[in-house]
Structure formats: structure tokens, C-alpha cells
Design a binder for this molecule. Structure first.
Ligand code: PA5
Length: 431
């Protein structure tokens, strides 16, 4: 699980803007102080900081045992935000994307399409909500239950729930005798990928969840042994992202070069936005995919405003495929290559092209996209985010704007008395 973060193209060089080495040295004193806060929070299982202790607390064997009776070809996760994106990321990295589906929206057209497409008698329904009160999740759960009833499938035999200690979802699980796992205490949704929240679908489908937790554990060990941005990759990334934000890089583009990491970019976008977007601070995340988005977004990243950090992520090893030989002029050079070599060439060309245009970028490499690889990558980005939050001085583990919207939506639907709903009504104006 040897993950590396290469900061070379984010540092200032002659006539190139960026973070100077002197500034990094000075920042490292603040990183050392933040490290004390972070490790003390981890030791005390403090709210949010407990997330970085998850690899020690998560027992893959217990998760596998809890779902052992759920024999299924497909998993349908019903959850949203932190209760969906981590699981989608882990499943995709383990090669299970075709069998793990997510209902994280209440678009009736998509819900209908998915329910019609899935063999419901071979599908496990994985309902996830930390609070147990999120309207989108509860509504989709009720819709899926009814669809199973109508298809003559006993949903109580095919459903697993992951939720907090209390709430309507816990009550429903208890009343129906459903297998129920717990969202660990002190862990906000977007930091919960390395718990049952992120691992149940892969466990049902036979994925290597032990490897995912092992990758996270390697990250935790490296964090505890570190304390400096110069010797721990998560802190290197978090500190430089922070320093660039302070110097005007208010956009952060995540650009993995592996289809199986596409959901990772989405997961990262939530982590960064919901944790750091506070008090008028934070970077706006952009989701991209290499090499596809070289043919769309790259123009902006290279030639647009100098307000961005671009992170390129790739595995050092992947399964490869040769390009067949041809004599056709203008195509024959490709016959000596593999698709993997072409993807690597695109990666390196993009990196160099951004650097030549003075656009700061960071290279993150993992050994492979597999269980340990994704576990380590998720852990390092969580640690980076927690550090960046300390340096920015924001409440990393709160999400008041998200909660505001949830209360407003519930109020509008008659789910309780919420002043936020009145604000929605007052502000609605048609022109
Ligand atoms: O990270 C977060 O806290 C949020 O994105 C939540 O995960 C999301 O709002 C879903 O909440 P819940 O798990 O309570 O249904």
C-alpha cells in the first residue's frame, strides 16, 4: 500500500507561482501543532477525529458474518451523500461496479428504470442512513419495498440496514428483524467509507474488504508515525492544498486515470466540499476523468484562470491490453503500444502541459486499484482533509448547510415544524 504524493509541480520555481520551499518549512510548524490536535482527537475518539481510527475499529469478518445469509448477484444501495459515495467508490475499485447499484436520488424516472432492470429476487437492498431520518433515503426504501412486494419477493429476506443507534430506520430494522449494522459513533457520513457504511455491498458480493481495511490501517500507521508534511503523504497533500487555496487556487480538480476510480473523484468532491466549504473558505471541487476529460475540461485547466489545483491520480500497475498492429499510415505507431502505455503517456503529457502553463498540479500514485490501494487512498485523503480543516480553522466535521436543506425539505413535505421551510416559502418568487 505504498502511496506517494509528488508535490514538484505545485512548488514555486523560477518565474513559476506556487508554494515556496520556505513557506512550506514555515507551514510545517503549524502542521506539527495540527498533528497534536488530530492525534489527541483520535486517541479520545473525539467527534470526527474518530474517523481516522476506523481501520482499527472496523472488523471485516464481523461485516462478512452479518451479511453471510444474503445470497445475491446484485446489491442496490439506498442512501445519499456520505451514505452512498464511499460504498460506490470501494465497489468500483474492487471491480464490482456492474453489480452494485445506487439509488441516491429521488428522480422517479431513474428509480423506475433501475427497479425494472434489476432481478429483484437476486438483489440485496442495502439501506444506509446515519441519522435514519433522511427523506430521500426513507422514500426510496419504501418504494423499493413495494416494488419487491409487487414482484413477489420477500424484501425482509433481502434487506440489510446500516444506521445509527436510534431513529426511524433503526426502528424499522428492529421491527422487521432485519440484519442491522451500526454507523460507528463519532464518524460523519463522508468519513465513513472504511466502516460498514462503505463495505457492506462489497462484502455481499464477495469483494476483498479485508484488503480495504488493511490499506486504511497502513495509512493510520503512517499518520501516527509522522507529524510533518515532509514525511506523511496525507499531510503533504492537505498542507499544499491549503497553501494553494490561500494563494488563490479556489478550485480543486480531481483527475484519476482509471475508470474504476471515477467514483473516487465524486467521493473526494463531497469530502472536500462538505468538510472545508465554510466561513467563506474552501476549494470548489471539480470531478474529472483521465484521459476522457483531456478532451473537454483540460483546456480550462491549462488555459483558464490561474485559480486551480489539479490532482492527477493513477495506479502504478494495471491489467493491460495491446493495441493490434496496422500498416495504415498515421496509425501504425499505435501498434507498438498498449492501451495502458497510451493512458500513461496521456497522464504524463497532461501533467507536463499544466506545469508548462504554470498551473499547479500534484501527482498521487497507488500501487494498484485494489482493496489495499483504495483503502489507503481513501484514508490519505481523509487525513489530508482533516489537516486542511485544522489549518483553515473551520469546523471540518459539521455540515450546517446540508442539515438546513434537509430540515427545509422535511418541513415542506409536512414532516415536522421547521422554520427553514418557512424561509423557502418566503423566498419563492416567480418572474
Ligand atoms: O457527510 C454527511 O454527513 C452527509 O453527506 C450525509 O452522509 C448525508 O446527508 C446522508 O445522511 P444520512 O446518513 O443521515 O442519511
Amino acid at each position: 500500500t505504498d502511496l506517494t504524493v509528488d508535490l514538484g509541480n505545485a512548488l514555486a520555481a523560477e518565474a513559476r507561482p506556487g508554494v515556496s520551499e520556505g513557506a512550506l518549512d514555515r507551514l510545517d510548524d503549524r502542521v506539527a501543532r495540527a498533528h497534536e490536535t488530530i492525534t489527541a482527537g483520535m486517541a479520545a475518539d473525539g467527534f470526527g477525529y474518530a474517523s481516522l481510527g476506523l481501520p482499527e475499529r472496523t472488523d471485516p469478518g464481523a461485516i462478512e458474518a452479518a451479511v453471510a445469509d444474503l445470497d445475491a448477484d446484485h446489491v442496490l444501495t439506498v442512501g445519499i451523500g456520505g451514505s452512498a459515495l464511499g460504498a460506490a467508490t470501494v465497489s468500483a475499485a474492487l471491480g464490482l461496479a456492474d453489480r452494485h447499484h445506487t439509488l441516491d436520488n429521488v428522480d422517479p424516472v431513474e428509480t423506475r428504470r433501475l427497479l425494472d432492470a434489476l432481478p429483484l429476487d437476486r438483489t440485496t437492498v442495502n439501506v444506509v442512513s446515519r441519522s435514519g431520518t433522511t427523506a430521500e433515503t426513507l422514500a426510496n426504501f419504501l418504494v423499493v419495498r413495494e416494488a419487491m412486494d409487487e414482484a413477489g419477493v420477500d424484501w425482509t429476506e433481502r434487506t440489510v440496514v446500516t444506521t445509527g443507534a436510534e431513529g426511524p430506520l433503526r426502528t424499522a430494522a428492529t421491527e422487521q428483524g432485519l440484519p442491522a449494522l451500526s454507523v460507528p459513533e463519532g464518524v460523519p457520513g463522508r468519513f465513513s467509507a472504511l466502516s460498514a457504511v462503505g463495505l457492506v455491498p462489497a462484502a455481499v458480493l464477495g469483494g476483498d474488504i479485508e484488503g480495504v481495511v488493511r490499506g486504511g490501517a497502513a495509512g493510520r500507521e503512517a499518520l501516527l508515525a509522522g507529524g510533518s508534511l515532509f514525511d506523511y503523504p496525507g499531510y503533504a497533500y492537505g498542507a499544499v492544498a491549503y497553501a494553494l487555496e490561500q494563494r488563490g487556487a479556489t478550485v480543486t480538480a480531481m483527475l484519476p486515470y482509471a475508470e474504476s476510480l471515477e467514483p473516487f473523484a465524486e467521493w473526494f468532491a463531497q469530502l472536500w466540499a462538505e468538510s472545508l466549504g465554510k466561513d467563506g473558505l474552501g476549494q470548489t471541487p471539480a470531478r474529472a476523468l483521465g484521459a476522457t476529460d483531456q478532451h473537454s475540461q483540460l483546456q480550462l485547466y491549462r488555459g483558464g484562470r490561474h485559480d486551480k489545483l489539479v490532482t492527477l491520480v493513477r495506479p502504478r500497475e494495471r491489467a493491460d491490453m495491446a493495441v493490434p498492429a496496422t500498416d495504415v499510415e498515421g496509425m501504425s505507431y499505435l501498434g507498438d503500444a498498449t492501451l495502458g502505455e497510451l493512458l500513461d503517456a496521456e497522464f504524463e503529457a497532461t501533467e507536463a502541459s499544466l506545469a508548462a502553463a504554470d498551473q499547479p498540479n500534484i501527482r498521487v500514485e497507488l500501487p494498484r486499484v485494489d482493496g489495499p490501494g483504495i483503502g489507503r487512498l481513501l484514508y490519505e485523503m481523509e487525513a489530508a482533509c482533516v489537516l486542511a480543516g485544522e489549518l483553515l480553522g473551520v469546523e471540518t466535521f459539521a455540515q450546517p448547510a446540508v442539515e438546513w436543506g434537509k430540515r427545509a425539505a422535511r418541513g415542506l413535505l409536512g414532516g415536522g415544524e421547521f422554520p427553514e421551510a418557512e424561509a423557502v416559502a418566503e423566498k419563492t418568487t416567480r418572474v
